[in-house]
Design a protein around this ligand. Structure first.
Ligand SMILES: [Zn+2]
Length: 379
Protein backbone atom coordinates (compact mmCIF):
# COMPACT_ATOMS: atom_id res chain seq x y z
CA UNK A 1 0.00 0.00 0.00
CA UNK A 2 1.45 3.25 -1.07
CA UNK A 3 1.53 5.99 1.50
CA UNK A 4 3.28 8.54 -0.65
CA UNK A 5 1.09 10.37 -3.09
CA UNK A 6 2.08 13.25 -5.25
CA UNK A 7 -0.34 14.97 -7.55
CA UNK A 8 0.93 17.59 -9.93
CA UNK A 9 -1.15 19.24 -12.60
CA UNK A 10 0.85 21.30 -15.04
CA UNK A 11 4.37 22.66 -14.99
CA UNK A 12 4.82 26.39 -15.54
CA UNK A 13 7.08 29.09 -14.21
CA UNK A 14 6.98 29.87 -10.52
CA UNK A 15 8.06 32.86 -8.55
CA UNK A 16 8.61 33.95 -4.97
CA UNK A 17 7.72 37.25 -3.34
CA UNK A 18 9.07 38.85 -0.23
CA UNK A 19 7.65 41.40 2.16
CA UNK A 20 8.72 44.99 2.51
CA UNK A 21 9.70 45.93 6.03
CA UNK A 22 10.42 49.51 5.09
CA UNK A 23 8.04 52.43 4.75
CA UNK A 24 9.18 55.19 2.42
CA UNK A 25 7.96 58.66 3.35
CA UNK A 26 7.67 61.21 0.56
CA UNK A 27 8.47 64.91 0.37
CA UNK A 28 5.49 66.87 1.66
CA UNK A 29 2.91 65.64 4.16
CA UNK A 30 2.83 61.93 5.02
CA UNK A 31 0.25 60.14 7.12
CA UNK A 32 2.06 57.08 8.38
CA UNK A 33 2.16 54.55 11.20
CA UNK A 34 4.59 52.04 12.69
CA UNK A 35 3.62 48.67 14.15
CA UNK A 36 5.94 49.06 17.15
CA UNK A 37 6.58 51.81 19.75
CA UNK A 38 9.24 54.22 18.46
CA UNK A 39 10.42 57.62 19.70
CA UNK A 40 9.60 60.60 17.51
CA UNK A 41 13.19 61.84 17.92
CA UNK A 42 14.58 58.68 16.30
CA UNK A 43 12.25 59.11 13.28
CA UNK A 44 13.16 62.81 13.06
CA UNK A 45 16.90 62.06 13.10
CA UNK A 46 16.52 59.23 10.52
CA UNK A 47 14.63 61.62 8.24
CA UNK A 48 16.82 64.65 8.93
CA UNK A 49 14.01 66.90 10.07
CA UNK A 50 13.11 68.96 13.11
CA UNK A 51 9.42 69.03 12.18
CA UNK A 52 6.93 67.76 14.74
CA UNK A 53 4.86 64.61 14.41
CA UNK A 54 1.16 65.29 14.74
CA UNK A 55 -1.62 62.96 15.88
CA UNK A 56 -5.32 63.77 15.97
CA UNK A 57 -6.85 63.60 19.44
CA UNK A 58 -10.38 62.36 18.81
CA UNK A 59 -11.69 63.38 22.25
CA UNK A 60 -10.30 66.94 22.10
CA UNK A 61 -10.96 67.15 18.34
CA UNK A 62 -7.55 68.68 17.64
CA UNK A 63 -4.02 67.75 16.59
CA UNK A 64 -1.32 67.29 19.22
CA UNK A 65 2.42 66.95 18.66
CA UNK A 66 3.71 63.50 19.68
CA UNK A 67 6.99 62.46 21.29
CA UNK A 68 6.27 58.76 20.83
CA UNK A 69 4.83 56.75 17.98
CA UNK A 70 2.43 54.17 19.38
CA UNK A 71 1.42 51.12 17.33
CA UNK A 72 -2.10 51.34 15.97
CA UNK A 73 -2.11 55.14 15.64
CA UNK A 74 -1.52 57.30 12.57
CA UNK A 75 0.72 60.41 12.47
CA UNK A 76 1.45 63.32 10.15
CA UNK A 77 5.01 64.29 9.31
CA UNK A 78 6.11 66.87 6.75
CA UNK A 79 9.41 66.21 4.99
CA UNK A 80 11.50 67.99 2.40
CA UNK A 81 13.09 64.80 1.01
CA UNK A 82 12.19 61.08 0.88
CA UNK A 83 13.00 58.95 3.92
CA UNK A 84 13.03 55.17 4.52
CA UNK A 85 12.01 53.84 7.92
CA UNK A 86 12.63 50.23 8.87
CA UNK A 87 9.94 48.61 10.97
CA UNK A 88 9.14 45.22 12.49
CA UNK A 89 5.80 43.90 13.61
CA UNK A 90 5.79 43.20 17.32
CA UNK A 91 2.21 43.73 18.45
CA UNK A 92 -1.28 42.86 17.28
CA UNK A 93 -3.25 44.85 19.86
CA UNK A 94 -5.11 47.79 18.39
CA UNK A 95 -5.95 50.90 20.43
CA UNK A 96 -9.55 51.63 21.42
CA UNK A 97 -11.44 53.97 19.12
CA UNK A 98 -13.43 56.98 20.31
CA UNK A 99 -16.66 58.23 18.77
CA UNK A 100 -15.80 60.43 15.78
CA UNK A 101 -12.76 60.51 13.49
CA UNK A 102 -9.77 58.39 14.57
CA UNK A 103 -6.30 58.48 13.02
CA UNK A 104 -5.20 54.84 13.15
CA UNK A 105 -2.26 52.79 11.89
CA UNK A 106 -2.18 49.23 10.58
CA UNK A 107 -0.31 46.53 12.52
CA UNK A 108 -0.37 43.99 9.71
CA UNK A 109 -1.84 43.73 6.25
CA UNK A 110 -5.48 42.89 6.89
CA UNK A 111 -8.93 43.48 5.54
CA UNK A 112 -10.38 46.28 7.71
CA UNK A 113 -13.74 44.47 7.84
CA UNK A 114 -12.04 41.58 9.59
CA UNK A 115 -10.74 43.75 12.47
CA UNK A 116 -13.64 46.15 12.96
CA UNK A 117 -15.09 44.00 15.77
CA UNK A 118 -18.09 45.74 17.33
CA UNK A 119 -17.27 49.13 15.77
CA UNK A 120 -20.05 50.79 13.83
CA UNK A 121 -17.94 52.31 11.06
CA UNK A 122 -19.50 55.41 9.49
CA UNK A 123 -16.65 56.33 7.16
CA UNK A 124 -13.26 55.05 6.06
CA UNK A 125 -10.66 53.68 6.04
CA UNK A 126 -9.08 56.59 4.15
CA UNK A 127 -5.39 56.60 3.34
CA UNK A 128 -3.46 59.75 2.36
CA UNK A 129 -1.53 59.57 -0.89
CA UNK A 130 1.40 62.01 -0.59
CA UNK A 131 2.01 61.92 -4.36
CA UNK A 132 -1.44 63.19 -5.27
CA UNK A 133 -2.21 65.00 -2.01
CA UNK A 134 -5.54 63.17 -1.92
CA UNK A 135 -7.26 60.66 0.33
CA UNK A 136 -7.98 57.20 -1.06
CA UNK A 137 -10.50 54.69 0.24
CA UNK A 138 -8.92 51.28 0.85
CA UNK A 139 -10.47 48.40 2.77
CA UNK A 140 -7.12 46.60 3.02
CA UNK A 141 -4.93 48.36 5.57
CA UNK A 142 -1.15 47.95 5.51
CA UNK A 143 1.64 48.59 8.03
CA UNK A 144 3.41 51.89 7.51
CA UNK A 145 0.31 53.82 6.53
CA UNK A 146 -2.09 55.90 8.59
CA UNK A 147 -5.86 55.78 8.06
CA UNK A 148 -8.91 57.81 9.01
CA UNK A 149 -11.84 55.89 10.46
CA UNK A 150 -15.07 57.49 11.69
CA UNK A 151 -17.05 55.44 14.19
CA UNK A 152 -20.48 55.96 15.78
CA UNK A 153 -19.49 54.83 19.26
CA UNK A 154 -16.47 54.20 21.48
CA UNK A 155 -15.33 50.72 20.45
CA UNK A 156 -12.49 48.25 20.07
CA UNK A 157 -10.80 46.99 16.94
CA UNK A 158 -10.11 43.29 17.27
CA UNK A 159 -7.43 41.53 15.38
CA UNK A 160 -8.46 37.95 14.73
CA UNK A 161 -6.37 35.43 12.84
CA UNK A 162 -9.34 33.23 12.18
CA UNK A 163 -12.15 34.60 10.02
CA UNK A 164 -15.39 32.86 9.10
CA UNK A 165 -16.15 32.67 5.40
CA UNK A 166 -19.05 30.25 5.81
CA UNK A 167 -20.41 29.51 9.27
CA UNK A 168 -23.04 26.81 9.61
CA UNK A 169 -22.60 25.92 13.27
CA UNK A 170 -20.53 24.36 16.01
CA UNK A 171 -17.22 22.90 14.76
CA UNK A 172 -17.92 19.63 16.62
CA UNK A 173 -20.81 18.87 14.21
CA UNK A 174 -19.34 20.28 11.00
CA UNK A 175 -16.66 19.53 8.47
CA UNK A 176 -14.32 22.47 9.16
CA UNK A 177 -12.18 23.61 6.26
CA UNK A 178 -9.42 26.15 6.84
CA UNK A 179 -7.68 28.14 4.10
CA UNK A 180 -4.25 29.63 4.85
CA UNK A 181 -2.66 32.20 2.53
CA UNK A 182 1.00 31.77 1.68
CA UNK A 183 3.04 34.35 -0.15
CA UNK A 184 0.14 36.77 -0.66
CA UNK A 185 1.37 40.33 -0.29
CA UNK A 186 -2.12 41.44 -1.20
CA UNK A 187 -4.72 39.85 1.07
CA UNK A 188 -7.57 41.15 -1.06
CA UNK A 189 -6.27 38.85 -3.83
CA UNK A 190 -6.43 35.97 -1.35
CA UNK A 191 -9.98 36.90 -0.34
CA UNK A 192 -10.91 36.87 -4.01
CA UNK A 193 -9.19 33.50 -4.62
CA UNK A 194 -10.87 32.03 -1.54
CA UNK A 195 -14.25 33.21 -2.73
CA UNK A 196 -13.80 31.58 -6.16
CA UNK A 197 -12.43 28.32 -4.69
CA UNK A 198 -15.19 28.09 -2.08
CA UNK A 199 -17.98 28.85 -4.54
CA UNK A 200 -16.59 26.17 -6.86
CA UNK A 201 -16.38 23.61 -4.03
CA UNK A 202 -19.93 24.35 -2.87
CA UNK A 203 -21.29 24.06 -6.41
CA UNK A 204 -19.97 20.49 -6.87
CA UNK A 205 -21.79 17.44 -5.62
CA UNK A 206 -21.77 15.89 -3.13
CA UNK A 207 -20.61 19.04 -1.29
CA UNK A 208 -23.37 21.14 -2.86
CA UNK A 209 -26.27 19.25 -1.28
CA UNK A 210 -24.32 18.93 2.00
CA UNK A 211 -23.15 22.54 2.21
CA UNK A 212 -24.95 23.09 5.54
CA UNK A 213 -22.55 20.58 7.09
CA UNK A 214 -19.49 22.62 6.14
CA UNK A 215 -17.75 25.57 7.83
CA UNK A 216 -15.11 27.49 5.91
CA UNK A 217 -12.57 29.74 7.63
CA UNK A 218 -9.47 31.62 6.55
CA UNK A 219 -6.39 33.09 8.13
CA UNK A 220 -6.31 36.85 8.02
CA UNK A 221 -2.56 37.29 7.96
CA UNK A 222 0.05 37.80 5.28
CA UNK A 223 2.92 35.41 5.73
CA UNK A 224 5.55 33.67 3.71
CA UNK A 225 5.97 30.04 4.70
CA UNK A 226 8.22 29.35 1.72
CA UNK A 227 5.70 26.96 0.16
CA UNK A 228 6.00 25.91 -3.45
CA UNK A 229 3.99 23.21 -5.20
CA UNK A 230 6.99 22.75 -7.51
CA UNK A 231 8.39 20.94 -4.44
CA UNK A 232 5.25 18.90 -3.81
CA UNK A 233 7.07 16.26 -1.87
CA UNK A 234 5.51 14.11 0.79
CA UNK A 235 7.24 11.38 2.72
CA UNK A 236 5.68 9.21 5.39
CA UNK A 237 2.69 11.51 5.78
CA UNK A 238 4.78 14.66 6.24
CA UNK A 239 4.75 17.38 3.61
CA UNK A 240 7.98 19.07 2.56
CA UNK A 241 6.20 21.62 0.40
CA UNK A 242 6.99 24.58 2.69
CA UNK A 243 10.32 25.57 4.22
CA UNK A 244 8.49 26.83 7.32
CA UNK A 245 5.65 24.75 8.78
CA UNK A 246 4.85 27.25 11.57
CA UNK A 247 1.43 27.77 9.97
CA UNK A 248 0.35 24.77 12.04
CA UNK A 249 0.43 27.10 15.11
CA UNK A 250 -2.59 28.86 13.61
CA UNK A 251 -4.71 25.81 14.29
CA UNK A 252 -4.74 26.58 18.02
CA UNK A 253 -7.28 29.34 17.48
CA UNK A 254 -8.84 28.15 14.25
CA UNK A 255 -10.61 24.78 14.30
CA UNK A 256 -9.93 22.71 11.20
CA UNK A 257 -10.53 19.15 10.07
CA UNK A 258 -8.88 19.80 6.72
CA UNK A 259 -6.42 22.56 5.88
CA UNK A 260 -5.58 24.08 2.51
CA UNK A 261 -2.45 26.18 2.16
CA UNK A 262 -3.17 28.33 -0.88
CA UNK A 263 0.16 29.34 -2.35
CA UNK A 264 0.27 32.54 -4.35
CA UNK A 265 2.38 31.31 -7.27
CA UNK A 266 2.18 30.86 -11.01
CA UNK A 267 3.42 27.25 -11.00
CA UNK A 268 0.26 25.14 -11.20
CA UNK A 269 0.20 22.29 -8.75
CA UNK A 270 -1.39 20.73 -5.74
CA UNK A 271 -0.71 17.83 -3.42
CA UNK A 272 -1.76 16.08 -0.25
CA UNK A 273 -1.90 12.51 0.97
CA UNK A 274 -4.58 9.95 1.79
CA UNK A 275 -6.41 11.02 4.93
CA UNK A 276 -3.98 13.88 5.52
CA UNK A 277 -4.96 17.09 7.29
CA UNK A 278 -3.03 19.50 5.07
CA UNK A 279 -3.17 20.03 1.33
CA UNK A 280 -1.10 22.51 -0.69
CA UNK A 281 -2.63 24.12 -3.75
CA UNK A 282 -1.28 26.76 -6.10
CA UNK A 283 -3.44 29.86 -6.55
CA UNK A 284 -3.13 29.42 -10.30
CA UNK A 285 -4.21 25.76 -10.35
CA UNK A 286 -7.70 24.97 -11.61
CA UNK A 287 -10.45 26.03 -9.19
CA UNK A 288 -11.38 22.34 -8.94
CA UNK A 289 -7.90 21.45 -7.63
CA UNK A 290 -8.98 21.87 -3.99
CA UNK A 291 -11.94 19.53 -4.60
CA UNK A 292 -9.59 16.92 -6.07
CA UNK A 293 -7.22 17.26 -3.09
CA UNK A 294 -10.17 17.03 -0.69
CA UNK A 295 -11.00 13.75 -2.43
CA UNK A 296 -7.59 12.50 -1.24
CA UNK A 297 -7.42 14.10 2.20
CA UNK A 298 -11.07 13.74 3.24
CA UNK A 299 -12.25 10.86 1.03
CA UNK A 300 -9.03 8.82 1.10
CA UNK A 301 -9.54 8.34 -2.62
CA UNK A 302 -6.76 7.53 -5.05
CA UNK A 303 -5.95 9.27 -8.29
CA UNK A 304 -7.85 7.63 -11.12
CA UNK A 305 -5.47 8.84 -13.79
CA UNK A 306 -2.46 6.71 -14.71
CA UNK A 307 0.41 8.31 -12.84
CA UNK A 308 2.85 5.56 -13.74
CA UNK A 309 3.23 3.90 -17.13
CA UNK A 310 4.07 0.60 -15.53
CA UNK A 311 2.33 -2.12 -13.56
CA UNK A 312 2.14 -2.20 -9.79
CA UNK A 313 3.12 -5.42 -8.09
CA UNK A 314 0.68 -4.54 -5.24
CA UNK A 315 -3.02 -5.27 -5.25
CA UNK A 316 -5.32 -2.25 -4.66
CA UNK A 317 -7.02 -4.17 -1.85
CA UNK A 318 -7.69 -1.28 0.54
CA UNK A 319 -8.14 1.38 -2.13
CA UNK A 320 -11.75 2.45 -2.44
CA UNK A 321 -11.79 3.61 -6.05
CA UNK A 322 -9.26 1.32 -7.75
CA UNK A 323 -9.62 -2.42 -8.29
CA UNK A 324 -8.16 -5.34 -10.19
CA UNK A 325 -9.57 -6.30 -13.59
CA UNK A 326 -12.58 -7.92 -11.87
CA UNK A 327 -13.91 -4.49 -10.70
CA UNK A 328 -15.86 -6.53 -8.14
CA UNK A 329 -15.66 -3.68 -5.60
CA UNK A 330 -18.38 -1.78 -7.44
CA UNK A 331 -20.18 -4.49 -9.39
CA UNK A 332 -23.84 -3.65 -9.77
CA UNK A 333 -23.40 0.04 -8.85
CA UNK A 334 -25.29 2.16 -11.39
CA UNK A 335 -23.14 4.24 -13.71
CA UNK A 336 -19.93 2.30 -13.13
CA UNK A 337 -17.79 0.31 -15.52
CA UNK A 338 -14.32 -1.16 -15.54
CA UNK A 339 -11.71 1.06 -17.15
CA UNK A 340 -8.04 0.20 -17.33
CA UNK A 341 -5.72 2.61 -15.53
CA UNK A 342 -6.13 3.78 -11.95
CA UNK A 343 -2.90 5.34 -10.67
CA UNK A 344 -1.07 2.30 -12.08
CA UNK A 345 -1.74 1.07 -15.56
CA UNK A 346 -2.73 -2.43 -14.41
CA UNK A 347 -5.31 -1.17 -11.90
CA UNK A 348 -8.91 -0.40 -12.94
CA UNK A 349 -11.18 2.55 -12.26
CA UNK A 350 -14.98 2.77 -12.05
CA UNK A 351 -15.59 5.49 -14.59
CA UNK A 352 -14.04 6.97 -17.70
CA UNK A 353 -13.96 10.38 -16.02
CA UNK A 354 -14.04 11.53 -12.41
CA UNK A 355 -12.90 14.43 -10.22
CA UNK A 356 -10.13 12.06 -9.08
CA UNK A 357 -9.05 11.68 -12.69
CA UNK A 358 -8.69 15.01 -14.50
CA UNK A 359 -10.25 17.17 -11.77
CA UNK A 360 -12.60 18.92 -14.15
CA UNK A 361 -15.76 16.85 -13.99
CA UNK A 362 -18.01 15.35 -11.33
CA UNK A 363 -17.06 12.63 -8.90
CA UNK A 364 -17.71 9.16 -10.35
CA UNK A 365 -20.44 7.13 -8.55
CA UNK A 366 -17.91 5.33 -6.31
CA UNK A 367 -16.09 8.48 -5.21
CA UNK A 368 -19.42 10.31 -4.82
CA UNK A 369 -20.80 7.53 -2.63
CA UNK A 370 -17.66 7.49 -0.50
CA UNK A 371 -17.78 11.24 0.18
CA UNK A 372 -21.54 11.17 0.85
CA UNK A 373 -21.01 8.39 3.41
CA UNK A 374 -18.36 10.49 5.16
CA UNK A 375 -20.51 13.63 5.07
CA UNK A 376 -23.33 11.62 6.70
CA UNK A 377 -21.24 11.72 9.89
CA UNK A 378 -21.77 15.50 10.07
CA UNK A 379 -25.00 17.36 10.69
ZN1 LIG B 1 -13.75 8.41 -8.97
Amino acid sequence: MKNILIILFTVLLFQTLSYADTIILQPGWNMFSLPSTTSASSIKSQCGTTNNLWHYNTTLEKYESSDTIEPGYGYWLKLSSPCSILYSTITSIYPDLKVGWNQIGALSTVSFNSIKGSCNVLNGPWKYNPSTGKYEFNNIIEPGYGYWIKVANDCKLEFKNCIDYLYNGDPSDKLDLLFIPDNYVNLSKFENDLDLISKTLLSYEPFKSNSRKINIRWINKSANYGCDTYNCYIYEYVGYVCTDNSYTDLLFDCPADKVFIIINQTFKGGCTFLGGRDAWVSSSAKLTATIHELGHSFGRLFDEYTAYAYDSTDQPTSIINCDTSSCSKWSGVAGTGCYKGCYYQNWYRPSASCMMNKADTFFCPICDRRIRNLLDQYS
